[in-house]
Design a protein around this ligand. Structure first.
Ligand SMILES: Nc1ncnc2c1ncn2[C@@H]1O[C@H](COP(=O)(O)OP(=O)(O)OP(=O)(O)O)[C@@H](O)[C@H]1O
Ligand SMILES: [Mg+2]
Length: 286
């Protein structure tokens, strides 16, 4: 096919030999099947920021570090240079996450790099060599659902040990190849230790996957892997090979009345400060 404009620089550089066909046009990217030498690969072209529909970028970005302080300051100021930097940081976040996760033994597409806003990665296929389906397009036996749920929980655990939470994990961002589930779509991956929304996102990711597999194997629906993982992660006891049970006893922790009261007090003080600030600001206006 005719080479799309955004892929031309990669063809010129010899990174891509031929563009075979478009695969999918998503909300944040257009995905193509390409040939690189003897390999068939996948090229994900990120859309420009103004064409993306990702609403809560700020929530996800929290805790990400710019590589130098000038960059971080520019990003915070939202200057033109800052916007370009932010765009690059967004595009690099996915390839960085893929390298980190592949290293940590998480089943993700093997990354080959990100060039001019195009991510080159392994094309995930089924046994016959056709592009692998997304989980939302397949139905599973109860045995398979139970086994695959365990694989995904293990991958989420490995991710957390590598310091990352997917942040948008669901049956729409997991493919099924002949070995099992393959996690994709990571530009919004969040820093588990630095992001205040980390726990909430982990709970949501795990809940999405448990609900999905639970349709085929209802016994999974009562498992509580996210809570168990987070507790161990916070206390520094989570390792990739830590054996999890999926059980979590809420009462042990909610019985800690002192820390609950301390949290209520802190929230109260924060609210007082906020009110005082608003009042000071309105007074300033007059
Ligand atoms: N490595 C891959 N191998 C095979 N198919 C892929 C691969 N990466 C992406 N796809 C296909 O392209 C689709 C879009 O990719 P991805 O989810 O990464 O982009 P997106 O723009 O964020 O999509 P969306 O907004 O729809 O989630 C996937 O749902 C999947 O069908
Ligand atoms: Mg997606």
């Amino acid at each position: 096919m005719k080479t799309p404009k955004r892929l031309q620089p990669l063809v010129d550089e010899g990174l891509i030999d031929e563009v075979i066909r478009p695969l999918m046009s998503g909300k944040e990217a257009d995905v193509y099947i390409v040939r690189c030498g003897d390999d068939v690969r996948c090229a994900k072209i990120y859309k420009e920021a103004d064409k993306r529909s990702f609403k809560k970028a700020v929530e996800y970005r929290e805790g990400r570090k710019g590589r130098n302080s000038r960059r971080t300051r520019a990003m915070e100021k939202g200057s033109n240079y800052g916007r370009q930097e932010q765009e690059q940081a967004w595009q690099n976040a996915e390839v960085d996450a893929l390298f980190r996760l592949a290293n940590a033994g998480v089943r993700v597409p093997t990354p080959y790099g990100c060039f001019d806003g195009v991510l080159l990665m392994e094309l995930i296929t089924d046994e016959a060599g056709y592009v692998a389906p997304r989980l939302n397009d397949v139905s599973l036996t109860a045995e398979m659902a139970t086994a695959h749920h365990a694989l995904v929980m293990k991958d989420v655990q490995r991710m957390l040990c590598a310091g990352l939470i997917h942040g948008d994990l669901s049956e729409f961002n997991v493919l099924l190849d002949h070995t099992g589930p393959v996690i994709i779509d990571l530009p919004q991956a969040v820093d588990a230790a630095a992001n205040n929304n980390a726990k909430r996102m982990l709970l949501r990711d795990v809940n999405n996957m448990t609900q999905y597999y639970g349709q085929f194997s209802p016994a999974l629906l009562t498992s509580k892997y996210a809570q168990e993982m987070w507790l161990k992660f916070e206390s520094g006891d989570l390792l990739p090979d830590t054996v999890l049970t999926g059980q979590f006893v809420e009462s042990e922790h909610s019985a800690d009345i002192e820390s609950v009261l301390a949290e209520i007090q802190a929230a109260f003080e924060e609210e007082q400060e906020r009110k005082a600030r608003i009042q000071a600001e309105t007074e300033d206006e007059f």
